[in-house]
Design a protein around this ligand. Sequence first.
Ligand code: RFL
Ligand code: PHB
Length: 395
Amino acid sequence: MTAPSHTTVGIVGAGPAGLLLARLLHNAGVNCVVLESRDRAYVEQRQRAGILEQSTVDVLRASGAGERLDREGIPHEGIELRFDRRSFRVDFPALTGGRRVWVYAQTEVVKDLIALQLADGAPLFFDTEVLAVEGPDTDSPVIRYRRDGVERTLTCGYVVGCDGFHGVTRRAIPEGVLRTYERTYPYSWLGILADVAPSCDELIYAHSPRGFALHSMRSETVSRLYLQVPNGEDPQDWSDERIWDELDARFAVDGDWRLARGPITSKAVLPMRSHVTEPMRFGRVFLAGDAAHIVPPTGAKGLNLAAADVVVLARAFTHLKESGKTDLLEAYSDTCLKRVWRAEHFSYFMTTTLHTDPEQSPFTTRLQLSQLDRIATSPHAAAEVAENYAGLTIG
Ligand code: RFL
Ligand code: PHB
């Protein structure tokens, strides 16, 4: 199939943001085309997020992509915080008026959305690299792309950059207009997948003198775990035994909890970063998801923010189609940035409260422990964590 030369909404990138936007637009009868540089297998296998907020689940269900999620997703009603060899459970429904989250991997969300899109949706082209987005402040911006070694163009009514942090769409916004806010962290995560039943029913976020650790899961037989490691660490330097020993040490609590070990099937080191691009719209070019903002993964917010952006955008395009009005499109950036900055703050808070900076003073460690103790003893402090984690209704 060859790509058309014109469409209403040109979408760059088939990650969760691009795919969900395409589904929502398809359902609303708005034409679009999705161009993705990687092949389908790569996009479907990329290991990333694991936690969906209630509102993300609601949107996926309403869009028609909830069938397998409802069968295989695991609802979670809390998380466990470990510190000082003790543990505290943050109870989401009790603290938020009934909200919860779902364990359902990003790989599965992406597979479900791709299957729907290829079955009846708008054109979706893999192995198609977007080279540039041109004319953002004209009535018909153009996407320049390469497919099968040939350069072509797609003329659009609007372009949405869902092309992640390293994408090209952001470059279409002139430097004088663009503002970026950034923070890097002096540590990374070593993430593993292991063929072993999770040793917990809910996720465990652990503060320890040896650094942060997180116990997550993918299914009843597959565990996902993360360890704070120095930046630039080589996963090859981490034997399976070293990883399990370190996880054991960091999750240690008084009492008889045990971490089950099993074969490790994947190891990767992931950098941590906070980044916001403002504005998220220039003329007829929009940014959504990681293309506009990055959060460190400690708050489990990235995928949920991407979904929230495209819901706002799909609503704005539907409104344009129905009323001819562009007011919601014009408000897009301001509407999204409110939620984005809240998630930035929460992700920063979770990250800096739970990790150990290599230069950290004993004073800062005492502050972290005091903050964690506050969450464990004050329902108000715990509710602040629960509301942010389970998802706020903004925008
Ligand atoms: P993506 O997923 O990066 O997709 C962008 C797509 O654009 C394509 N692309 C291009 N296509 C055409 N032409 C070009 N020039 C292109 N340049 C790029 C790419 O190939 C890709 O397919 O961005 P999107 O859609 O905005 O989705 C964002 C999420 O992927 C991300 O925020 C989350 O994974 C973050 N995240 C988590 N989020 C959560 O909500 N809950 C979690 O539990 C959670 N855990 C995580 C995470 C991210 C992690 N890493 C790897 C940073 C755990 C980890 C370890
Ligand atoms: C995951 O399961 O991959 C995961 C869960 C929670 C996080 C980050 C990653 O905060």
